[in-house]
Design a protein around this ligand. Structure first.
Ligand code: 5AD
Ligand code: SF4
Length: 460
């Protein structure tokens, strides 16, 4: 095991058994890819001899795996660093990873001197070396986007305690929407090789995973070559993953409307393991704003994709992302966003106030929208989206379906699982356990979750 810095923390000054392992805590913010990266960092630290701290508050090493997508998310890092200071003034070894690390780099170490390691999202396979460097008292900063893939350098996966897992298949973005930092923090689009993904999925399933969510900033831009050397897109990958015995559910996120190929749309009607859920952000409902955002699709082309996906899989749940208050957005533009929401009927959606990100083209555009106007628009949009989500949930009452049980609920004996449409549903049923797939009837619906009744013992 590598040594940690002999420094400030009580953990270092207090007498310790020589064989007591160092503890770590990884805290991930933001998107699901950060969750995946956080898990891979934890696996890597485990392979280096560290153990997960029971309580993050007194870990020897804390990794803050950060998000830079909006201002609030980015600023949070500094308050989190401050909070790591302990009552006696000591701090653990602190590593800042993720997109804030990539975007702000050495500035973080300057602004927050207690930070020991700064590592970008394409270099975190080097975290143990960086910690070792920090142990020698040097600042360890690695913001490379190396040619070698971090995935090859990470320990093999084994599946965890949970029945669901994320699998990053694609990273980075070449789309350059004018508001977005992702092309700068995550770099250019890359697709992980087909064989690696099949192998990683097999390992996860062998470890008890029954549902895999394929991740990518532009997941539907994934391409590769299968074992016979044939070019395949995401639909081909999903088709082959669905053949893995024991893998019962496949999902993917996030998609760009322009990369919804005929094959991927058709896959929704053909592959039973592919769950009836599609997260397809449109961001805004005005063609003028979409052009200013450099989205390279129109309202019409988006609605056509939705129509075709629904023709392939009529019960599919559609989800989206929206930004209100993009520079130059008028009330009429905003009304057009409400119109596209009414036309699409979302099962769920995320909506955000536009956040000016330094270095992006939109940050210097004229006509930045007033905060009060943004607040008002966000409220109106969210009221409509909440109404739609509730209506979607209510429409599932009385249906029989399957739940994959994922975690314990708040009440005694309660378990929470997901429907195929990604709704959370709770039930109380003695004899069932996390990891079971259970046949249920949806009995009630609230805005955010469903109540379910089991129809029989666990399916398996
Ligand atoms: N301001 C507000 N929301 C943003 N998103 C990305 N960049 C910004 C920004 N600068 C939102 C988009 C994207 C989601 C992940 O975050 O809706 O789809
Ligand atoms: Fe950002 Fe646009 Fe790429 Fe999505 S498609 S990651 S919003 S640049």
């Amino acid at each position: 095991m590598r040594a940690l810095p002999p420094r400030r923390g009580i953990a270092y000054s207090a007498p310790m058994k020589s064989d007591s392992p160092k503890t770590f805590h990884v805290k991930s913010f933001g998107c699901q890819m950060n969750v995946y990266d956080g898990e891979r960092m934890a696996e890597m630290l485990g392979a280096e001899g560290y153990v997960a701290a029971a309580d993050g508050a007194d870990a020897d090493l804390v990794v803050l795996n950060t998000c830079h997508i909006r201002e609030k998310a980015a600023e949070k890092v500094y308050s989190d660093i401050g909070r790591l200071k302990r009552a006696d003034g000591s701090t653990p070894t602190i590593a800042v990873a993720g997109c804030v690390a990539q975007a702000e780099g050495a500035e973080i170490a300057r602004r927050a001197p207690s930070v020991d390691v700064v590592v970008g999202p394409q270099a975190y396979h080097r975290l143990p070396d960086l910690i070792a460097k920090a142990a020698k008292g040097e600042k360890a900063i690695d913001l490379d986007m190396p040619l070698e893939s971090k995935f090859g350098a990470l320990p093999k996966r084994a599946g965890g305690q949970r029945p669901t897992a994320f699998l990053t298949v694609q990273e980075g973005c070449d789309k350059f929407c004018t508001y977005c930092v992702v092309p700068y923090t995550r770099g250019a689009e890359i697709s992980r090789p087909y064989a690696d993904l099949i192998a990683e999925a097999q390992a996860l399933v062998a470890g008890g995973v029954r549902e895999i969510t394929l991740l990518g900033q532009n997941v539907n831009a994934w391409d590769g070559a299968d074992t016979k050397g044939r070019a395949v897109g995401l639909d081909g990958l999903i088709r082959d993953l669905a053949r893995i015995d024991g893998l019962e559910r496949i999902r993917y996120t996030t998609s760009h409307p322009n990369d919804m190929t005929d094959g991927l749309i058709a896959a929704h009607g053909e592959i039973p393991e592919l769950m009836p859920f599609l997260h397809l952000p449109v961001q805004a409902g005005s063609d003028r704003i979409l052009a200013a955002m450099n989205r390279s699709h129109s309202v019409d082309s988006y609605l056509k994709v939705i129509e075709r996906v629904r023709a392939a899989r009529p019960d599919i749940a559609i989800s989206g992302d929206f930004i209100v208050g993009f520079p130059g957005e008028s009330e009429a533009d905003f009304q057009a966003t409400l119109d596209i929401v009414r036309a699409t009927k979302y099962a769920m959606a995320y909506s955000f106030k536009y956040s000016r990100r330094p270095g992006t083209p939109a940050a210097t555009m004229d006509d930045q929208v007033d905060e009060a106007v943004m607040n008002d628009r966000l409220q109106r949009l969210q009221a409509l989206l909440n109404e739609q989500q509730h209506a979607f949930n209510a429409a599932t009452v009385g249906r029989t379906t399957q739940l994959l049980l994922e975690r314990k609920g708040k009440l005694d004996g309660q378990l929470i699982g997901k429907t195929p449409w990604l709704q959370s549903a709770h039930l109380v049923a003695p004899g069932l356990a996390i990891g079971n797939m259970v046949e249920v009837r949806i009995a009630s619906a609230g805005p955010n979750s469903l109540g379910a009744e089991p129809l029989m013992e666990a399916v398996a």
